[in-house]
Design a protein around this ligand. Structure first.
Ligand code: ZN
Length: 510
C-alpha cells in the first residue's frame, strides 16, 4: 500500500503505523517532523502551513510512486499537515515498512527529502513578539545536489490567478486549464530564449516549471534576457527566474537545477511531460535530443544565429525525427559560435523563445502545432519563414534508428567512466558492447540473457582470463553492484575496455 495525504487534523501515529503492518515485512522506519520553538534567533509561537492541496496531492502521490519504483516491495504512508500548528506538534509523518531494514531506511529518507523539496507548501511563522513572516524555505533534495536554494516570493495576500482570457479560447476552457495546472515542463537555459518561455508558461498556469541554468546574470545579458534587471547582475539566473515566476503567478511551482549531467539527463526527462531547450549551446541541444529520444519525452528545440532562428519539435513517442536525423554528429565545440561571439539583436531570441512557449502550451493543451518532421527556419531581416522537410529515411533510420544513435552518443559521453548506461540490452549490443552476465547460475533461469557470455562474479574475481578477449565488454548483473565490482577489478588488473551497466537488469526499460 502507498498512501499520501494532506491533513488539517492532529496525526494519529498509532493508526498510521497499523496501516503499514504487513506479515511479509520485518522492518519499519518512520520520520516525524515537529514544529520548533526558534528559527534564526527568533522565538516562534506557532506555524501556519498553507498547502496548495490539489497540487500537493498529485505531487505526493507521484513521490510515493517513485519510491515504490526505486525501492521495490515497500509499503509507505506520507502525511503533511496544513493549517495552524503549535510548538511540538507534528508537521510531517512518513512511515515505510519493507522486508528488510535497508529499503525501509532509504525509502523513508527519499520520501521525506522529496516532500520537503517538491510539495507546494508555504510556511508562515508566528513570532512571540506578535508579528508574522512567510519563511524562506530553502529546499535541498538528496538526489539533486546541484539544486540551488531558492525562496518562494509571494504575490499580494489573497491574489488569485485569473486565466479567463485564455480559458475563453475554443479548445482550452476549464479542462485545458486543468491540463496546464497538472503539467510539468523542464526549461533548460534561462537566458534570451528561456525568458519568454518561462514568463509565458508561468502566466498560463503551468503547474511545475523546472529551470536548469548554472550561469549568473551579466550586464551584457539585459538587452535580450527580459526576466532580469540591472539589480540582478551577479546573481544566479535560475534563482532570479524562480522569483519572477513566483511574482507573476504564485501557484506555479519551480524546481531549480544546475547544468544537467549526461548520466542524469534521461531520468530527469522522465519526470517531466515536456522539455524546452533554450540554452544557446550546441552540446546541450544534442544531449537533450538524445535524452528525449531515450526517455520518450517530447522536446522543443530552438536556436538563433544573428538574425536567423530555427525551431524543431521532437516527438519520440510519435516516432518523429530527432536532431541527429538532421545532423548525425555533434559539431566540434568551436564550430558553433555563441551569441557572445557572433552578436545578436535582443528580439531575435525573444521571438524564437515566444514561439517555443506557444508550441509548449499548444502541445500541453492538445492543440495542433509545429509538424515534427519539419524544421522551421525564420529569417528576421526580411521576415521570411520556411519549413524544411526533415528526411527521416536518410537520417538516423539509415544508421540503426534514433534510439540506437542516441544510446551510442550517450554511452560515449561516459568517457573514462566505468559506467555505460543503456535502456535495453539490445541497445548496448547495437552500440558494439559484448555482454557478460556475472550473475549466479540459479538467477539466470528467472531472467535469461542468451546473448551474453556467462562468467559468475566469483569466477571473474578469481581469474579474469575467463572473460572474452575481444571487447568492449559490458558486465551485467541484477542491480549493477556485482558488475561494478567486477569491472573495477578488471580495470585494476590493467584491462581498460570493461564497463558496468549501472542499475543492472532492474534498471532496464524492457
Ligand atoms: Zn534521429
Amino acid at each position: 500500500m502507498m498512501r499520501f495525504a494532506v491533513s488539517d487534523r492532529d496525526l494519529d501515529v498509532a493508526s498510521l503505523r497499523r496501516e503499514l503492518h504487513n506479515p511479509d515485512h520485518g522492518g519499519f522506519c518512520a520520520f516525524e517532523g515537529w514544529v520548533r520553538h526558534t528559527n534564526e534567533g527568533r522565538d516562534v509561537g506557532g506555524l501556519e502551513y498553507e498547502v496548495y492541496a490539489e497540487l500537493a496531492q498529485v505531487e505526493g502521490e507521484r513521490i510515493m510512486q517513485e519510491a515504490r519504483e526505486r525501492f521495490g516491495a515497500i509499503d509507505a504512508v506520507g502525511i503533511h499537515r496544513s493549517g495552524m500548528l503549535r510548538i511540538g506538534e507534528m508537521a510531517v509523518w512518513v512511515g515505510v515498512s519493507s522486508a528488510h531494514r535497508d529499503e525501509a531506511f532509504r525509502a523513508c529518507r527519499f520520501i521525506i527529502d522529496q516532500i520537503k523539496h517538491r510539495l507546494p507548501v508555504w510556511k508562515k511563522e508566528h513570532y512571540l513578539e506578535g508579528d508574522t513572516a512567510w519563511v524562506a524555505c530553502a529546499h535541498h533534495g538528496e538526489d539533486h545536489d546541484h539544486t540551488h536554494h531558492h525562496r518562494h516570493h509571494r504575490a499580494p495576500a489573497g491574489f488569485v490567478p485569473d486565466y479567463s482570457r485564455q480559458k475563453r479560447l475554443p479548445g482550452v476552457g476549464e479542462a485545458g486549464q486543468e491540463k496546464l495546472a497538472r503539467a510539468r515542463v523542464l526549461v533548460i537555459g534561462a537566458g534570451g530564449l528561456g525568458s519568454p518561455v518561462l514568463a509565458y508558461l508561468a502566466g498560463a498556469g503551468v503547474g511545475l516549471l523546472g529551470i536548469s541554468d548554472d550561469d549568473r546574470i551579466d550586464a551584457s545579458n539585459l538587452h535580450r534576457q527580459t526576466l532580469f534587471t540591472a539589480a540582478d547582475t551577479g546573481r544566479l539566473k535560475a534563482e532570479v527566474a524562480a522569483e519572477r515566476i513566483a511574482a507573476v503567478n504564485p501557484s506555479v511551482r519551480t524546481e531549480l537545477f544546475g547544468r544537467i549531467a549526461p548520466d542524469e539527463a534521461v531520468a530527469l526527462f522522465r519526470r517531466f511531460d515536456l522539455v524546452v531547450e533554450c540554452s544557446d549551446d550546441m552540446s546541450s541541444r544534442f544531449l537533450c535530443s538524445d535524452a528525449a529520444t531515450m526517455s520518450g519525452t517530447a522536446l522543443i528545440l530552438a536556436s538563433v544565429h544573428q538574425y536567423e532562428g530555427q525551431l524543431q519539435v521532437i516527438d519520440p513517442r510519435a516516432g518523429g525525427p530527432c536532431l541527429r536525423c538532421l545532423w548525425p554528429a555533434e559539431p566540434a565545440p568551436d564550430a558553433a559560435a555563441s551569441c557572445a561571439e557572433s552578436g545578436v539583436l535582443g528580439p531575435v531570441p525573444g521571438i524564437l523563445g515566444t514561439m517555443q512557449a506557444n508550441e509548449a502550451l499548444k502541445r500541453l493543451l492538445g492543440l495542433p502545432g509545429q509538424a515534427p518532421d519539419r524544421l522551421l527556419l525564420v529569417d528576421l531581416l526580411d521576415n521570411r519563414t520556411d519549413q524544411l522537410r526533415i528526411d527521416a529515411e536518410n537520417g538516423c533510420a539509415s544508421r540503426g534508428g534514433c534510439v540506437a544513435m542516441a544510446e551510442r552518443a550517450m554511452a560515449a559521453r561516459g568517457g573514462d567512466s566505468l559506467e555505460r548506461r543503456f535502456s535495453t540490452l539490445g541497445a548496448a549490443r547495437a552500440a558494439g558492447y559484448r555482454l557478460v552476465d556475472v550473475r549466479q547460475e540459479d538467477e539466470r533461469a528467472a531472467w535469461p540473457m542468451p546473448e551474453a557470455v556467462h562468467v559468475p562474479l566469483p569466477v571473474l574475481l578469481e581469474s579474469g582470463a575467463a572473460l572474452p578477449a575481444e571487447g568492449p565488454l559490458l558486465l551485467v548483473c541484477a542491480s549493477g553492484r556485482r558488475s561494478a565490482r567486477g569491472a573495477q577489478h578488471m580495470r585494476d588488473s590493467g584491462r581498460a575496455d570493461v564497463f558496468t551497466l549501472p542499475g543492472g537488469l532492474q534498471g532496464l526499460s524492457e
